[in-house]
Every structure is written in C-alpha cells, then in structure tokens.
Design a protein around this ligand. Structure first.
Ligand code: UD1
Ligand code: UDP
Length: 393
C-alpha cells in the first residue's frame, strides 16, 4: 500500500500545466464545480480541469440533467459507486478514487460541499500527498447528528486549502485552529452558477408550465434524514404542508430519498389527495431556479436552496432545528421554522411581513475567479519552494 511519501509524484516543473481533479457526486455538487470548471477552461495554458463523478447520485434527474444545464461535458471519470450505507458509500468512493489517483496523479484535488464523496475523496488525496482544496469550507451546524456535519469537520481537518463561502465560515475555522494561511473567503460559488445560467432561467416558462401565476405559489423541497426517515417526523411535515396548501398552491419536486419514504409510510396518498400540492419529479437546475425565482416563498430543508433564496430575496422557511448557513438568517431572507409554526409563518409571508434581507459579501458571481486566483497564488508559492530546493542541491 503506497503511503504519501512513496506515492508523491515528482514535483511538476514550475509553470507546467496543472491537472486538477474536480470531484462531484450529488445534485448540489454540480452547481459548485461548474463555475470552477469553466474558469479553469479559460486558462488552458495553466490548468486542465478533470471532472470526476463518483456516481453517488445517478438518476438522470439528479445527475445528467445538471451536466446538460450547466454546460459541463461528460465526466472524464465515472466511479459508479451508487447508493449504500454511509460506510459502504464512503469506502466505495475511497477505493475507486485511490485507484484513479494512483493511475492519474493529479496536481490538485478539489472537493466541494459536505456529502460522503467529499470526505472520501479528501481522505484519499490527503493520504496520497495530493494537495486537496475544500470548496465551501468552514460551514458548521454544530449538530453532529447530521452526517454532513461529520463530513465537514473531517474534510476541513485534512484539506490543505480551505475556501469558504462567507466570513462566518472563516470565523468557525479560526476558532478550530485552522492555520490562517490555508483559509480564504472566496465567496459563494453556487451564485456563480445562477448568474451564469440567468439568461436561460429567464427564458424558461417556470410556473407557466404548471399553469401557475408568478408569485402565486410556494416551492417545497425536503430530503434531510432527520425530516424524512422517521414516520412521525415526516407525517408532521406532511400535515404542515397540507395546512399550508389551504392558503397557497405548493410545487414539491420530490427527492428520491423522500419519494421512497413517503411511499413506505403511506404518506404519498395523503399528498396525492391534496389538489393544491403538486408532487413532481426533481427538476433540472434551470427549471427549478425558474420556479423558485417567481415563487412567493420556499419551504425547504436544503442547504443550497437557503443560499439561493437569500441571493434572490425570496422568503425561505427552513424546516430544521439549525443551519450551517446562519448568514442566510442573519443577513438574508431565511428563517428556521418548526412544522407546527408553518401556517403562522406562511401567514406572515402572505401579509408581506417577511424580511427581504441583503446579499452577503462575495455572493456576486465571481467566486470562481477568486478560486483561480488562490490557485495561481498557491502554485506560484509551490514553484518558488521547488526552485529554492533545486538551487540548494
Ligand atoms: C445526499 C447527501 C446530502 C445532500 C443530498 C443532496 C450524504 C451523506 N448526503 O443525501 O448531504 O444534501 O445528497 O441531494 O452524502 N437515490 C436515488 N437516486 C439517486 C440518488 C439517490 O434513488 O440518483 C435514493 C437511494 O434510495 C438512496 C437515497 O436516495 O439510498 C439517498 O441517497 P444518498 O446519496 O445516500 O443521500 P441523499 O439523501 O441523496
Ligand atoms: N435543485 C434542483 N432541482 C430540484 C431541487 C433542487 O436543481 O428539484 C437544486 C437547487 O437549486 C440547489 C441544489 O439543487 O442548487 C440543492 O440541492 P439539494 O437540496 O439536493 O442538496 P443540499 O444543498 O441540501 O445539500
């Protein structure tokens, strides 16, 4: 078994084209890698982005649709790990990604977000001595019952470069003792995807495709295990949605985890009996954002959707006890809501009693440019160190 010292490839010649692995796995990852991929492609003399899809998400509407929407080519490598328990999935990514790294030896691995594949790829890179950057570093919910919180903590502990979306994340890393030279606030890269796709989103029919009027409906997404995996928790949420639907039409693109749980608990029939709740298949990025940006509110437990609604100033009702994105509450249009308080919160939205908020610093569509600047800086520093050590030989 090679260790980092045995594996470490010879240092690339200063100024060589750097081969960068961009690891994507699940729906929210594609919006984070796309802007970086396109920014690196604009610098062919310095970088070659290589897309690695672990296959954690694999349904066409959870994966392929996003490659199409975000103008990404087919992945260079597809690891095909699929679903499984946390250990099975994490281990499968590690085994497959280690083999790829041994064969291909990238100059840097970039992992994004907080899914199991994020941690798995970071572990492989760290042990093989491949420089690893974590994009969306430093977010903390302080709830270790969330699998994502474990993935965030562990990934940040081993990544070489910690690229944060907002200054609260910098503060979390500082409090944990992360060396400041590793941390950079690059901003929110998902907003880059939104800005990149904005013309197409504007042309999408959005609510008209469902016979709904702009501003006359809410959008729902749910998939957190704490909300959907237990019957009592999911039943309470479904009940809250049914009460809400007495006041407003709801469009509910149903995540596959949630679809499975609704059916297993017989709650799919409760939703189907509600004419004002449209339970539909997950949407592609452009169609989803077209629906969100014309909605009157979003009811969600998604991480990314809390950010997108803050950027757009759309009321966001987050059905969770905590958020790793508190800046969307402190500065944006997001509020944590308990299922029992959903009706009251909707009444506030409909009465115009909901803060529109403001956009956090560096949520401006230029995060990928800042990331490439950080990469230039990091590789220049490394070239300098190699040059120095060669001159001392
Ligand atoms: C995963 C991430 C979560 C992220 C979410 C984004 C982890 C621990 N969780 O949760 O952080 O917010 O993705 O959507 O990494 N399934 C399908 N088709 C697919 C993908 C999944 O049917 O293409 C079903 C399978 O039954 C699978 C289940 O959904 O077992 C859960 O998928 P998984 O990737 O394990 O977790 P998510 O809930 O999607
Ligand atoms: N999204 C989408 N189609 C949908 C639901 C969500 O394109 O039907 C997008 C959404 O705009 C956001 C991302 O998926 O960019 C969020 O993914 P998800 O909620 O699955 O994961 P999380 O952010 O909670 O990890």
């Amino acid at each position: 078994m090679p260790n980092a010292a045995e594996f470490a490839p010879p240092e690339p010649a200063p100024g060589a084209i750097r081969r960068i692995h961009l690891v994507a796995a699940a729906r929210p990852n594609f919006m984070k890698v796309a802007p970086v991929y396109h920014a690196l492609r604009r610098r062919p003399e310095s970088y070659r982005p290589i897309l690695v899809h672990t296959g954690q998400h694999y349904d066409a509407n959870m994966s392929d649709a996003f490659f199409h929407d975000l103008s990404l080519p087919a992945p260079d490598h597809f690891l095909g790990v699929g679903s499984g328990s946390h250990a099975t999935q994490t281990a499968a990514v590690m085994v497959a990604y280690e083999a790829l790294c041994e064969a291909e030896r990238p100059d840097m691995t970039i992992v994004v977000g907080d899914v199991n594949s994020t941690l798995a790829a970071a572990l492989v890179a760290a042990k093989l001595g491949i420089p690893c950057a974590h994009l969306e570093s430093g977010l903390r919910s302080r709830d270790r019952s969330m699998p994502e919180e474990i993935n965030r903590l562990a990934t940040d502990a081993i990544a070489d470069l910690l690229w944060t979306p907002s200054v609260d994340a910098d503060a979390n890393l500082a409090a944990e003792g992360a060396p400041p030279e590793r941390v950079a606030c690059v901003g929110n890269v998902m907003i880059d995807s939104y800005e990149m796709m904005r013309p197409l989103i504007a042309r999408d029919p959005g609510p008209a495709a469902l016979g709904l009027a702009p501003g006359g409906y809410g959008v729902v997404t749910l998939h957190r295990p704490s909300n959907v995996d237990r019957r009592d928790a999911l039943a309470e949420l479904v009940d809250g949605l049914c009460r809400t639907a007495a006041h407003i039409d709801l469009v509910f693109p149903v995540h596959p985890r949630t679809r499975g749980r609704l059916a297993a608990f017989g709650l799919d029939r409760v939703i189907a009996a509600q004419p004002r709740i449209r339970a539909i298949e997950p949407l592609g990025y452009v169609a989803f954002m077209a629906l969100v940006e014309k909605s009157c509110c979003v009811i969600t437990d998604s991480g990314g959707v809390q950010e997108e609604t803050t950027y757009l100033g759309i009321p966001c009702l987050t059905l969770r006890e905590s958020t790793e994105r508190p800046i969307t509450v402190d500065q944006g249009s997001n509020r944590l809501v308990k299922p029992a308080a959903l009706d009251a919160a909707i009444a506030d939205v409909l009465a115009g009693r909901w803060p529109r908020g403001r956009r956090p610093l560096h949520w401006d569509g230029h995060a990928a440019d800042r990331i490439v600047e950080r990469m230039d800086h990091w590789f220049a520093g490394r070239d300098e160190r190699i040059g120095l050590s060669l001159s001392l030989r």
